[in-house]
Design a protein around this ligand. Structure first.
Ligand code: 3Y8
Ligand code: NAP
Length: 254
């Protein structure tokens, strides 16, 4: 057995620790999105594979028997490539993902379907908006220049974001309720825009928004291809124990 974890999330890190503790042969993969990704307790590769074909070639060359897609729910392209490459190579595939957040009592959510719809939702009078969607999609909000944006990024950007009024805070999660409460109060945030990431690492801002009665523009997840899914590390460990690939441990009729 040899496992490849497509990582970049809190859950992927937890799985990496579990496999390392059990000395299960495994590798960890980052896209290379940020300057200094968190170190993992497994041999780690960084950077794209070169499309689904590149991933398939990697799976074959590295004799990967089990592929765990533990990427973020918005990492749509990676997840699509994982399904295609696993099918092409006969590699077992399991997605380790987290259930979407659902609005709690006292929440004021406006659900939208994608980044452009989130931009449209900001057509009202100028507000102070926490844009907690990372770096990749900031430019879309240049269409709504009247707002003052609080931007939270993992790395300081080389060029200033194309938003005339903004304050930049450089920080990486997991975040805390106290920290996010202080952030929203300090900057007088009146509205949040975020992705329905699920999980615990990014949930603090929603708790803070609830306490401060702030409205949230919640971007729904992209649709992903059908694949086997698990929501916890133990489920993945069970799958690895019981889902041996055809060439392992199963008597072949001859
Ligand atoms: C490179 C690797 C761990 C993983 C921690 C999780 C939690 C903290 C919260 C806010 C929301 C956001 C963003 C966020 C969170 C965890 C997790 C998560 C959201 C790192 C990391 C990588 C990335 C990539 C980065 C994206 C960006 C998204 C910031 C590591 C820190 C907004 C998503 O500058 C960029 O290019 C950043 C790009 C993709 C989304 C975007 O579109 O900009 N994550 N985040 C991964 C790689 O190279 O493969 O250093 O740990 C990981 C984490 N970020 O092990 O503890 O599990 O989700 N990441 C979102 O959820 O909305 C911040 O600010 O409130
Ligand atoms: P994406 O749009 O689905 O993927 C774009 C390309 O990046 C992929 O086609 C692949 O390149 C490469 N890639 C993505 N994840 C990779 C991984 N784990 N290992 C190797 N290559 C990877 O992905 P994304 O949304 O940019 O996310 C990139 C990374 O950040 C992922 O690890 C994800 O888990 C993490 N992350 C993303 C978010 C988010 O909001 N999107 C939030 C938290 C963490 P090739 O086609 O060349 O193989």
């Amino acid at each position: 057995m040899k496992v490849l974890i497509l990582g970049g999330t809190t859950e992927a890190g937890a799985l990496a620790r579990a496999l390392a503790e059990r000395e299960i042969p495994a590798r960890y993969s980052y896209a290379g999105r940020v300057a200094a990704p968190k170190l993992q307790p497994l041999p780690t590769r960084v950077g794209g594979f070169g499309g689904a074909a590149g991933l398939a070639a990697f799976l074959t060359a590295e004799h990967i028997t089990h592929l765990v897609d533990a990427t973020h729910p918005f990492a749509e392209q990676m997840s699509r490539h994982a399904v295609a490459a696993a099918e092409q190579t006969g590699t077992r595939l399991l997605a380790l993902t987290r259930p979407p957040w659902t609005p709690q009592h006292g929440d004021d959510w406006q659900r939208v379907d994608g980044i452009e719809a989130a931009v449209d939702a900001l057509s009202g009078p100028p507000q102070r908006v926490l844009l907690a969607i990372g770096r990749l999609h900031l430019a879309a909000f240049a269409a709504r220049p009247r707002h003052h944006y609080l931007l939270r990024l993992v790395d300081r950007p080389e060029a200033p974001p194309p938003l005339p009024r903004h304050t930049l805070t450089v920080d990486r999660g997991p975040f805390t309720r106290e920290g996010d409460l202080a952030l929203l109060r300090e900057h007088g945030v009146e509205r949040l825009v975020c992705k329905n990431a699920g999980g615990t690492g990014a949930a603090a801002k929603l708790e803070a928004a609830r306490l401060l009665h702030l409205p949230v523009v919640m971007i729904d997840r992209p649709a992903l291809p059908a694949r086997r899914e698990a929501h916890g590390v133990d489920d993945v460990l069970d799958w690895l124990r019981h889902d041996t690939a055809p060439h392992e441990g199963v008597e072949r009729g001859v």
